[in-house]
Ligand binder design. Structure first.
Ligand SMILES: C[S@@+](CC[C@H](N)C(=O)[O-])C[C@H]1O[C@@H](n2cnc3c(N)ncnc32)[C@H](O)[C@@H]1O
Length: 291
């Protein structure tokens, strides 16, 4: 006797996406559709911009299960970058793990400012994923640089990013407390950059759970007033910059005046507070006077 077998109909990406978006919305995720699309694109191995082209295709049971797992974790506020392990920054792809800050688009303001003038030797204090150091080295093919961090685990992630981008021949990574990480390494820098932890301890409870509960605490806060990293950086800048060298730091939007004052007290010149694309103060720039 002829027996016709019916395979269960496979669900399409469009159906999965609609359900996932509802699930994330119910969990209070701010942009549920965007995150669901990014996670489905990740599971299907397509660029997010090309996802629409395959939304009507049936999804395999394995991909459906993997997507469902990621959506369940996102509903618990795990950052998308931790779920995909990747984050695009200034046009390059960086590995991101729970050991490093998820590189933020607003940090590209500091990159643009750094690239607005020449430099040969750059120091990135608190390098995290290495997104600042390796972006600057990739954009300036003859420059060399050092990235430092207090976190050994963060430096391992930075090293993997440097390797993946083929930049470790021009870079070194050192562990330690701000300038203390340089140890016996000699030589001054014509550019020092830093995006240090700048959230005051009292502000930590008010952060979004995606950030507060999932990103490394030492990447977010100095456990004080949010300015202690700037004090350490200001105190050491003149000893580590060449005359005419530049210092650029990312700041929280309300910290411009306080950080500018610290840099002025440290004897730096040409101090400027620079806004990001949303018009919020984001970078403080200064220069060591040329002799
Ligand atoms: C806001 S994250 C910035 C990471 C990366 N530069 C970026 O822009 O995405 C600050 C980094 O500073 C590091 N850090 C915190 N305290 C430090 C210290 N005392 N000395 C050196 N690095 C420190 C943290 O581990 C973290 O990687």
């Amino acid at each position: 006797m002829f027996v016709r077998k019916f395979l269960p109909a496979r669900v399409t990406g469009a159906v999965l996406l609609a359900g996932a978006t509802r699930q994330l919305a119910q969990a209070g995720i701010p942009d549920p559709g965007r995150d669901a699309r990014r996670l489905l694109a990740h599971v299907l191995g397509v660029a997010p911009g090309r996802l629409s082209l395959c939304l009507q295709d049936p999804v395999t049971p394995e991909d459906e299960a993997a997507f469902s797992d990621l959506i369940a974790r996102r509903a618990l506020h795990a950052p998308v970058s931790h779920l995909t392990g990747r984050r695009a920054f200034y046009g390059r792809d960086f590995q991101v793990t729970p050991d490093v800050l998820d590189p933020r688009p607003e940090t590209e303001t500091l990159v643009a400012q750094a690239l607005s003038a020449p430099f040969d030797r750059v120091l990135d204090l608190g390098t995290g994923s290495g997104c600042l150091l390796f972006t600057l080295l990739a954009e300036r093919g003859s420059a060399t640089g050092i990235g430092t961090d207090l976190s050994e685990a963060a430096l391992r992630v930075a090293g993997r990013n440097g390797d993946a981008l083929g930049l470790m021949a021009r870079a070194a990574l050192r562990r330690g407390d701000w300038f203390g990480a340089l140890g016996s390494l000699s030589g001054r820098f014509d550019l020092i950059v830093s995006n240090p932890p700048y959230i005051a301890a009292t502000e930590m409870p008010g952060l979004a759970p995606d950030v507060r509960d999932h990103e490394p605490r030492m990447a977010l806060t100095d456990e004080g007033d949010g300015l202690s990293a700037y004090r350490a950086i200001a105190a050491g800048a003149a000893r580590h910059l060449v005359p005419g060298g530049r210092l650029l730091v990312e700041i929280g939007p309300t910290q411009g005046a306080a950080v500018a004052a610290l840099f002025a007290q440290a004897g730096l010149d040409e101090i400027a507070v620079i806004p990001d694309l949303d018009g919020r103060d984001r970078v403080v720039a200064a220069r060591l006077q040329a002799v």
